[in-house]
Design a protein around this ligand. Sequence first.
Ligand SMILES: Cc1cc2nc3c(=O)[nH]c(=O)nc-3n(C[C@H](O)[C@H](O)[C@H](O)COP(=O)(O)O)c2cc1C
Length: 205
Amino acid sequence: MNVRDAVFARRSVPSFDSTVTISESEILDLLNAANLAPSSMNLQPWEYVVCHSPESKVNLQQVSYGQKKISEASAVVIVLGNLMHHENASQIAAGNIAIGITDEEKAAKFVQSAASAYEQNSQRQRDEAFRGGSLWAMNFMLIAKDAGWETAPMGGFIPEDVQKAFELPDHLLPVLLICIGKANPEVIIHARGTRISAEKKVRFQ
Ligand SMILES: Cc1cc2nc3c(=O)[nH]c(=O)nc-3n(C[C@H](O)[C@H](O)[C@H](O)COP(=O)(O)O)c2cc1C
């Protein structure tokens, strides 16, 4: 499937086949592919919790307005934005030295730039956490489609309650839930909702 085909074929599935399972190794493969998403300074401001067991899906459903898709899906990814993503810099710098695309001096400067860009700027931390988490999420949905899975993104959850239920530290903010699984064959997927044309939204300058 090429990227255009995946974009045209992806839909938010209204109901999942609850008999279908997905393995941890397949989820990890999709997570690693989605990690190729771009991010500011390559600081990768995303983390995730994968609700894989029936118990964790029920816990998530309880803080997501009871949305049924959560318990039906094979797994649900809680996409998180990491406010402290500048702290990833040393690990990334060390990796870049190991693969020979930077040296010690440049790596040290990179770590310093990451800290000065984000450490004292909470608005910037939050903007980047949501921007990066969202780019990661779209990548994940397209990669899943290509691998034969359906997805459903969901913003209908109570962030503070998700944070409490999954014992998330304050610097990890829930950005989006993504259900993944196979579509329930008994539920019709209606035609895609109207998209406002680019001609109506664009301003060329
Ligand atoms: C940020 C975001 C939040 C959403 N929240 C929900 C949700 O809580 N529940 C739901 O059933 N669908 C949710 N959706 C799915 C949208 O309704 C769906 O993407 C939209 O109707 C377009 O349909 P399509 O994805 O099939 O093209 C959400 C989608 C996005 C991107």
